[in-house]
Design a protein around this ligand. Structure first.
Ligand code: HEC
Length: 141
């Protein structure tokens, strides 16, 4: 019986702790992805396609992970640092779809950069950036 209680305590307490760290972690990743966007526009001036690929790869990897960083119960509250709207969990399919758009356009940055396609990178960068804004408009407070 005691063992079961202990197991329950672990299950109920760890998620509380990890919710906070999960929120901090996703905020860090979002900030980093914003930096990557800025870096890519600068790298494009010097046509540093290899570095562009590295930065876009980070955005691509992160966009795939975004939905898994939003378990239920991690919306903005008075006591946490989150700006996540509770609408996310009322429309998780749409939220996931928007993350997929970022995934798609960041992959286009990579593919264009692989072909040294200046205009291609430029357009895909704009579309990636628009996909970020689109999700924020719907799902960030
Ligand atoms: C699928 C939806 C979605 C996509 C796509 C998305 N974001 Fe966000 N973003 C959010 C949500 C929700 C938050 C609030 C997270 C929180 O505070 O818990 C956020 C927060 C942020 C923040 C604020 C972090 C802080 O200081 O609190 C930045 C910066 C950001 N996103 C940049 C980006 C960039 C750049 C992209 C595109 C490459 C992007 N986001 C794509 C949903 C999204």
């Amino acid at each position: 019986m005691k063992i079961i209680l202990v197991i329950f305590l672990i299950f109920f307490n760890i998620p509380c702790f990890s919710k906070e760290s999960l929120i901090q972690e996703r905020i860090t990743f979002f900030k980093k992805s914003e930096k990557s966007l800025t870096k890519i526009s600068k790298l494009l001036i010097t046509k540093n396609y290899q570095e562009i690929i590295n930065e876009a790869q980070f955005i691509n990897d992160w966009s795939i992970l975004i939905p898994s960083f939003f378990p239920e119960g991690t919306q903005a509250t008075m006591t946490n640092d989150s700006d996540a709207s509770s609408d996310i969990w009322m429309n998780f399919d749409d939220f996931t779809k928007k993350a997929k758009e970022t995934e798609y356009y960041s992959l286009q940055i990579i593919n264009s950069a692989l072909n040294n396609n200046f205009d291609g990178v430029k357009i895909a960068l704009k579309k990636t950036s628009a996909s970020c804004t689109s999700c924020h408009r719907s799902f960030r407070n």
